[in-house]
Design a protein around this ligand. Structure first.
Ligand code: UT7
Length: 321
């Protein structure tokens, strides 16, 4: 049986960390105590003016391709998840392809599933690899959420940051991805959205994040534990045999509640939210790459990644690393 296997990981955070104290100094009516207690976030990173999602994506991608022992020309599929693309079109994936110097005519496209975008992208790319239609897929989550934050709304602006993460997937006879699941329920679209668009040269609606935090919290904990059990069942893995949970890094309390529902000790959960806040589609690959590079996640271990985000969308992926 042919599996899609992760051959290499990479990630990138722009600039210096911006702490909660820095936000207070910039005039945001909040406090380090409030943000740490409610979210676990201590700092986030912001892209420089003129630095777009594709610029962050290229840094993460170069690191992932290098870790896989490949060159950019080996990549024949790019699936990039973002809600903060460089342009209306062309896709950020094609801009990334160009910036990587890939000229082999491979496929490149964006997918939009907000914070579950990377896990969606992984599930999509897996199907291309297993079908044999493509050999080496670059799967990326890249975001510049700082561009859609309303600095007058303290209930959202302290939560998000910018960043990118990437993996290279390739065909292997050794087990890789064991099970994936992707879901959506559009009836929850209004609890987390950026309800604006561009028309006739103007922004119509709002260009900023709007969120019902408590509704999002409850929804997230429910579907994250559901989708975790779904992929564990499909992959034939008992929860106790899981080595690592790599969840969407939105809020430490959501992560702790999900782990508790799964009877999983926090020692088996990768958490990086303190250092970069919620980077939406970038958060899962950022956490994965961090734990791979610091030696926590080892080859052969069983890893569950999962995300939840606007739409609402949610997704899970179980794999042997
Ligand atoms: O990818 C998914 C992305 N979304 C999320 O992960 C968000 C999920 N939701 C949450 O994490 C939480 O709902 C929040 C962290 C957003 C908010 O925590 P909460 O415990 O639900 O707080 P709350 O909205 O009930 O607000 C409590 C108080 C309010 O003051 P009063 O009315 O009690 O006087 C807010 O005005 O906290 C106040 N508050 C703040 N205070 C200091 C709200 N934001 C802030 C802030 N700094 N940044």
């Amino acid at each position: 049986m042919t599996y899609a296997r992760i051959l290499g990981t990479g990630s990138f955070l722009p600039g210096d960390p911006v702490t909660n104290h820095d936000l207070v100094a910039r005039g945001i009516h909040t406090s380090d105590e409030w943000v740490v207690e409610r979210t676990g976030i201590r700092a986030r990173h912001f892209a420089a003016p003129g630095q777009a999602a594709s610029d962050l994506a290229v840094e993460a991608s170069v690191r992932a391709i290098h870790a896989a022992g490949l060159s950019p020309q080996d990549i024949d599929l790019i699936v990039l998840a973002t809600s903060t693309p460089d342009y209306v079109f062309p896709s950020t994936a094609t801009l990334l392809q160009h910036k990587l110097g890939i000229k082999n005519g491979g496929a490149a496209f964006d997918i939009q599933a907000v914070c579950s975008g990377f896990t969606y992208a992984l599930a999509i790319a897996e199907k291309f690899i297993r079908s044999g239609s493509h050999k080496r897929a670059l799967v990326v989550g890249a975001e510049v959420f700082s561009r859609i934050l309303d600095w007058n709304d303290r209930t959202t602006c302290v939560l998000f940051g910018d960043g990118a993460g990437a993996v290279v997937l390739g065909a292997s006879e050794e087990p890789g991805l064991l099970a994936t699941a992707i879901h959506a329920d559009g009836s929850y679209n209004s609890i987390l959205s950026v309800p604006g668009t561009v028309s006739g040269g103007q922004v119509i609606g709002s260009p900023f994040i709007q969120m019902d935090g408590q509704a999002v919290f409850k929804f997230a904990v429910r579907v994250l534990s559901e989708v975790a059990h779904e992929v564990l069942d499909a992959g034939g893995v008992a929860p106790a045999d899981l080595d690592w949970l790599v969840p969407h890094q939105a809020n430490i309390r959501i992560i702790q509640s999900t782990a508790k529902k799964m009877h999983l000790p926090m020692e088996k959960v990768v958490t990086t939210v303190a250092g970069h806040g919620n980077t939406s589609a970038a958060s899962v690959p950022l956490a994965l790459d961090t734990a791979v590079r610091d030696g926590r996640i080892q080859r052969g271990q069983t890893v569950l990644m999962e995300g939840v985000g606007g739409g609402f969308t949610w997704a899970g992926a179980l794999l042997k690393f």
